[in-house]
Structures are given as C-alpha cells and as structure tokens.
Design a protein around this ligand. Structure first.
Ligand SMILES: Nc1nonc1C(=O)N[C@H]1C[C@@H]1c1ccc(S(N)(=O)=O)cc1
Length: 244
C-alpha cells in the first residue's frame, strides 16, 4: 500500500480533502494511506515560530529549516521519496502521477509564504514538483492534486473494470463527449450510435471522436499521439520483417 505523508502548516486541509469521494474510499479500503504532519509540533519557542524573514531581504517569509528537518526525520525511512511542491519543479502530468503511484512512500513538503530554506531542499528533497506555472499561497493544493491524480492509478481505487489507463491523457488523447439521460435535452439528442448497443461500433466511434476532439482542442497532444503511434507501428513492422 502506498503511504503518503504530507508536511503542512494546515493538516486539516489535507485530512478534510482525503476523507471524501474516491480518495476517501481508497483510504477507508486501505488502498492508500495519507497522513498530515505540522512542523509547528516541533517548535520550542512560546510563539511556535515556523517562519522568518529571508536573509538578504525580499518579500515574504521563508519557512524555518529546523522544524521542517524534525518533521521530515519523524516520517522518513529508507524507501521514502521526498517531493517539494514548488513552481520551480517539473510540471505534473498523467505519466508522473502514474510513476508516483508505484512508489512505496511519498513525503510531500508543502511550502507556505515564499517557500522553504534552501538547505532543506539540498539535504532532503529528491525532486521538486509543480502543478502549474503560477505561485500558490501554499503547496497543499498541489499535494492534493498529485494525490488525487496518482490514486487513480492504484488498482482497486476506481470502480470495477474502470481504470485510469482509459482516462484522458493516459492514452495520449482527450476523452470523447459523454451523455446520460434524458435522450433529448435542450433540443439536443444523444448521438444515435451510443444508444444502438453495438459495442464494436460504439468503441470505434469513441476512438474516432476522441482523436477529433484532441486535434481540435489540443493539437500539440494530437501531434505527440501521432508520433508515438507511428513509432509503435514502425517498430512492430520492423519486428515482423526481422522475424524468421
Ligand atoms: N505552483 C506550485 N505547484 O506546487 N506548488 C506550487 C506553489 O506555488 N507553491 C507555493 C507556496 C509555495 C512556494 C514554493 C516555492 C516558491 S519559490 N521560492 O521556489 O519560487 C514560492 C512559493
């Protein structure tokens, strides 16, 4: 079972978010463990100080190294992967979420204010990860986005037969439009093929429309998809011609 420890000044943000929906069910079924830990627990001054002004001046406060060090060392063991949520990291995508879902133990450090003391990054952080090119008020939302995205790749988390492998992006394409009852709404009908019951034709329709949606909305993804599929085709062809 993948164990996730989140280091944050707001544990209740994490605990609340992972007690609902698919994540809540995954935790309840022991498919995933998510615990939150606050560095404030490791402060010794009466104001329980966790941040201070940056050397060299500048806006914002920086999270102090000592409380972070104690919190990391409380949860860390030899198979831990320590990830710092920061705009300076590589940007999350489905492939990274899938990669993370295979880890044994993830420790997410959520910065607040202007970030954390660099010496913590130098000493403990295996990689920085970003959820996008913008600065948030804290890394907690980043940690939750990653936890939600990786959980879908843990077997058993999604419903029976469902899989994140079929999610948008996982196969390189966006998903086709979805419909449910009623058959007609706002003068718009559900595509006839989807109510025809022929699963082969429905599957072909979904594949075709998924490619068209991707071409229209994300031509960059579509080009990558064509490149990957062409490489797969060529290597298959090479194997066939090489086989005796
Ligand atoms: N984007 C993001 N994806 O995940 N976390 C993100 C984020 O903005 N976290 C901010 C609170 C913390 C932070 C961390 C690092 C820096 S710094 N000094 O490196 O610029 C600035 C702000």
């Amino acid at each position: 079972m993948l164990k996730v420890d989140v280091i944050t000044l707001f544990p209740e943000m994490i605990e609340g978010a992972v007690s609902h929906g698919v994540l809540g069910q995954a935790v309840k079924s022991d498919l995933l463990s998510v615990k939150a830990h606050t560095p404030r627990e490791f402060t010794e001054d009466k104001h329980r100080t966790v941040d201070d002004r940056p050397f060299g001046g500048g806006d914002g406060m920086i999270m102090l190294a000592e409380p972070l060090k104690k919190t990391i060392e409380k949860v860390q063991h030899n198979t831990s992967k320590v990830v710092y949520l920061s705009p300076q990291g590589r940007t999350l995508n489905a492939a990274i979420a899938k990669e993370f879902s295979k880890e044994e133990h993830l420790i997410f450090i959520c910065g607040r204010y202007g970030g954390i003391d660099q010496r913590i990054i130098n000493e403990y952080v295996d990689e920085e990860l970003s959820i996008g090119d913008y600065v948030l008020s804290g890394g907690e939302l980043g940690a939750l986005v990653i936890i939600d995205a990786l959980a879908r790749f843990i077997p058993g988390v999604l419903g029976h037969g469902e899989s994140a492998e079929k999610d948008s992006f996982s196969d390189g394409l966006l998903e086709q439009p979805n419909f449910t009852r009623p058959r007609e709404f706002l003068g718009q009908d559900v595509p006839e093929v989807l109510v025809g019951g022929n699963h082969k034709v429905i599957g072909e329709w979904k594949d075709k429309v998924s490619a068209l949606v991707t071409l229209k909305k994300r031509p960059d993804l579509f080009r990558e998809y064509i490149k990957v599929e062409t490489e797969k085709y060529n290597s298959l062809k090479k194997k066939k011609t090489a086989a005796p």
